[in-house]
Design a protein around this ligand. Structure first.
Ligand code: HGY
Ligand code: MN
Ligand code: MN
Length: 396
């Protein structure tokens, strides 16, 4: 039994048109009109596949094929929201391949023992309430703070909705997510499939450096307290310390803004973000401590935006994914994910597995994100075959 790559390819291309701007990629943040248009498109695909379609109270979208044991679901999924100017495979692949797998099972008159569901989790890429929002609510991990509820109210979500959207883990057999690697390992080492062992931990912070706004023409260099010069020293320090800790740690300053932001005013305040990732939360916290100590004379203030610590994925699921690769004669490699995923919160409530396919030149979160259709097909076939193995069905 194999998936229909032409059908999967056409749904990926068509979904990729929503929120797309020529030369700028896809911008489709959660709770925006583009996101709602994409959700309507996926909902239609689920209905065409003959699935029971429903949304939970926070906007996670589900399509379901009942199994003999209705109350235990194999859950497939990912997300359809994007970063600004993102690519057409990140997240979308996992949702659309999930639908394709169920369509293929139905076309082959396969009657699943377990129900099979596919989900598009909302807000994986980060919203005002952090990343993996929909999957953290679903898994019960999301704990709303005061400011969160004020924001969520603006998008029509109440505290009661958060409680109602929490899934009873007893109704889940497992979670499986097909995703692009977003890095360059499979590509450079020439493997078709990544069997994901774990997902890196992510710590994000808002940082602020204060100086003294002043006239850019009349303030001599030796009398300046330039917030942007000081922030630059902090950013170089972050880079130096993260390099000292070494791989797999990475550190990024992805956003920076100088105030008042005028060409002829010495910046008085600079705000920027700091993000550290590693497979060991202690290393992240040690690195952050080192950064604070080494910048204590640069008027640096830091506020945590939250953590999604590292997880190890279920070994049983990894084994089934590996067996699927062997059945299908696809080359594969065990590896860790440097990107965060919905499988992180899911792994805390049900056995979870992730399947990677190569990203061309390791590029992602960019209009240049690309995966070859042959790899898309292989990834979706591994997903299908792993579903059959979990369901206790026949092999291909
Ligand atoms: O940031 C990440 O790793 C994911 O793409 N949200
Ligand atoms: Mn992403
Ligand atoms: Mn993703």
């Amino acid at each position: 039994m194999k998936i229909n790559i032409e059908r999967l390819k056409s749904s990926l291309i068509n979904l990729g048109k929503i929120g797309y701007e020529e030369g700028k990629g896809i911008t489709r943040s959660a709770f925006t009109p583009e996101y709602e248009e994409a959700k309507a498109f996926v909902k239609k695909l689920m209905e065409e596949a003959g699935l029971d379609v429903y949304q939970d109270p926070v906007g996670n979208l589900f399509g379901r094929l009942d199994g003999k044991d209705k109350n235990k679901s194999i859950l497939l999924g990912s997300h359809i929201d994007s970063v600004p100017n993102g690519g057409m495979f990140d997240g979308n692949l996992g949702v659309l391949a999930g639908i394709e797998c169920i369509r293929t099972l139905k076309e082959n008159n396969y009657a699943p023992k377990h129900s099979i569901e596919v989900v598009a989790f909302i807000g994986e890429e980060g919203t005002e309430v952090g990343g993996t929002f929909g999957s953290r609510v679903f898994s019960g991990e999301f704990k709303a703070e005061k400011g969160d509820l004020d924001y969520l109210k603006t998008v029509g979500i109440t505290e009661e909705d958060l409680l109602k959207a929490k899934r009873n883990p007893e109704t889940l057999k497992c979670y499986l997510e097909l995703h692009i690697e977003q890095g360059n390992i499979l590509n450079t080492e020439n493997f078709s499939i990544g069997v994901v062992q774990g997902i890196v931990g992510i710590a994000q912070y808002n940082a602020k450096v204060r100086g003294k706004a002043n006239h850019a023409g009349t303030t001599p260099m030796n009398l300046r307290d330039d917030a942007l010069v000081k922030a630059s020293r902090v950013i170089l320090k972050i880079n130096e310390i993260v390099n000292k800790f070494g791989s797999p740690m990475v550190g990024t300053v992805g956003y920076i803004k100088a105030y008042p932001g005028a060409v002829n005013v010495i910046p008085g305040v600079v705000e920027f973000t700091i993000e550290l990732r590693d497979m060991d939360r202690k290393r992240v916290l040690d690195a952050m401590e080192m950064i604070m100590e080494s910048c204590n004379n640069l008027d640096l203030e830091v506020e945590s935006l939250g953590f999604e610590w590292e997880v190890n994925l279920d070994e049983g699921m990894q084994k089934l994914i590996e067996e699927s690769c062997m059945d299908l004669n696809y080359s594969y490699k065990y590896m860790v994910s440097g990107a965060g995923h919905d499988a992180n919160p899911l792994s805390k409530i049900t056995p979870s597995g992730m399947i990677f396919i190569p990203s061309k030149d390791g590029i992602s979160h960019s209009p240049d994100e690309w995966s070859d259709w042959a790899d898309v097909e292989k990834g979706a076939n591994v997903l299908l075959n792993t579903v059959l193995k979990v369901d206790g069905g026949f092999d291909i």
